[in-house]
Design a protein around this ligand. Structure first.
Ligand code: ADP
Ligand code: ASP
Ligand code: MG
Length: 417
């Protein structure tokens, strides 16, 4: 017997027929004698609809009320799955975040989980009950519903798996694992049998939305055995109930991966914007003077490029922010003008960031040069570059995103191995 947390994403619970299919996956594990807790997302498109309604009601709105609205999608799915399971003869009950409770901090709309009462869920296992838990939500110190940021049900699932010391956390989605790149963009992408926590963390934070970043962090810290797998597979197909290696991708320690490739995957993030400050004073404290106030305004600055100044007096500073934050950033910069002292500020939206990720880069030279040459051969202009030990990120014009992803995917032979 094992203890398993099963999470089902929006497309997997998009309608009643799919919820029935999900229930069959759950029943399979229950019939095998395992202790099972389930985490569900809202039905596909529901959260977007709820978010749009809050904006329509008022473009500027109270984050606590946003949470009250958008958390409702998961409540519906949890109830529907519990009904379906009961109808199949499985002892099931739905639970919302506050009932367990899943305690979060006060950052409404992007809250972090602080604590989960594992004993509550373990008691349910003892009663032979399948707890069907609404993902994406918890309860804040203000006693109000708080949501965990888009894609947050993954984080609910991994955090619950850690709290009940589950043997496994299965993330069921609309693809059968983590691929070398988004299979929607590159049909030649291949499924990875295993990927290290570190690489998955980079992939997720650089745009691969198959897992929310925070869920990977938690899996890494708490050593949760996490599998990404497909809910569309036949629940009773051979191997689906395999305890150690179900079909899918295992997120694991680097040491568990025998054949490490130099490059593991390509990720992309659309809707980036580039902001340039021209002729900024080249003196100590200038960067702090610009990026401090931007951070205080909660603007997520990503790539930063500062030119070497020719005369030692004036320089150009270029950085990227999500397109949605441009207006807010420009307002902050306008206020800073007298203090920082720059000539003009220019901004351009519609950029994309493509990233090459792989632990093998630590010990291989020339990975970046290969990317630059491949993009040049396709006449794709590079606007900015950042690198770390295990990744290279390149800023390009948005319309070239798909071409850049496919080009990089092929130049590192990811479609062939
Ligand atoms: P869910 O609703 O189940 O949470 P998401 O839409 O959040 O599903 O995540 C699954 C999607 O992530 C896939 O449909 C796929 O298009 C996308 N994706 C992006 N990069 C990757 C990748 N490297 N491997 C697998 N899927 C990826
Ligand atoms: N329903 C939420 C969202 O769409 C959470 C999730 O699906 O993980 O962001
Ligand atoms: Mg998701």
């Amino acid at each position: 017997m094992a203890r398993i947390v099963m999470k089902f994403g929006g497309t997997s619970v998009a309608d009643i027929a799919r919820i029935r299919n999900v229930a069959r996956h759950v029943k399979r594990e229950v019939d095998a004698g395992h202790e099972v807790a389930v985490v569900v997302s809202a039905m596909a498109g529901k959260t977007n609809e709820l978010v749009a309604w809050t904006r329509e009601a008022s473009p500027m709105h109270d984050a606590r009320e946003y949470d009250a609205v958008v958390a409702s999608g998961e409540q519906v799915t949890a109830g529907l799955l519990a009904i379906t399971l009961q109808n199949m003869g499985v002892h099931a009950r739905s639970w919302q975040g506050w009932q367990i409770p899943i305690k979060t901090d006060n950052a409404h709309g992007a809250a972090r989980i602080l604590d989960i009462d594992g004993a509550f869920l373990i008691k349910r296992f003892g009663e032979g009950q399948v707890a069907v838990i609404a993902g994406f939500q918890g309860i804040g110190p203000d006693n109000r519903i708080a949501t965990l940021g888009r894609g947050g049900s993954d984080t609910s699932a991994v955090a619950i798996a850690a709290a009940v010391k589950a043997d496994r956390c299965d993330i069921y989605t609309d693809v059968d694992g983590v691929y070398t790149t988004d299979p929607r963009i590159e049909p030649k992408a291949r499924r990875l049998a295993k990927i290290s926590f570190e690489e998955m963390l980079e992939m997720a934070s650089l745009g691969a939305k198959v897992l929310q970043v925070r869920s990977v962090e938690l899996a890494m810290v708490h050593r949760v055995r996490t599998f990404v797998r497909s809910s569309f597979d036949d629940p009773d197909a051979p191997g689906m109930g395999d305890l150690l290696n179900p079909p899918g991708t295992l997120i694991c320690d680097e040491e568990e991966i025998v054949e490490q490739q130099v490059v593991t995957g390509i990720a992309y993030a659309k809707d980036e914007a580039q902001i340039s400050l021209r002729r900024v004073g080249d003196r100590p404290g200038v960067a702090a003077g610009i990026f401090g106030p931007l951070a205080e305004a909660n603007i997520n600055v990503d790539m930063i490029v500062q030119n070497i100044s020719e005369d030692g007096k004036l320089t150009d500073m270029t950085f990227t922010v999500p397109s949605g934050d441009v207006d807010k950033a420009l307002a902050v910069l306008e206020k800073l003008k007298p203090e920082v002292g720059y000539d003009v500020v220019q901004s351009e939206s519609g950029m994309s960031k493509v990233s090459v990720i792989g632990i093998g880069m630590r010990s291989h030279a020339g990975v970046a040069a290969t990317a630059f040459k491949a993009l040049a051969d396709k006449a794709i202009n590079i606007r900015a570059i950042t690198t770390s030990e295990i990744k290279i990120s390149i800023l390009i014009d948005g319309p070239y995103t798909e071409l850049a992803v496919r080009t990089l995917h092929s130049v590192y032979g990811l479609d062939k191995q």
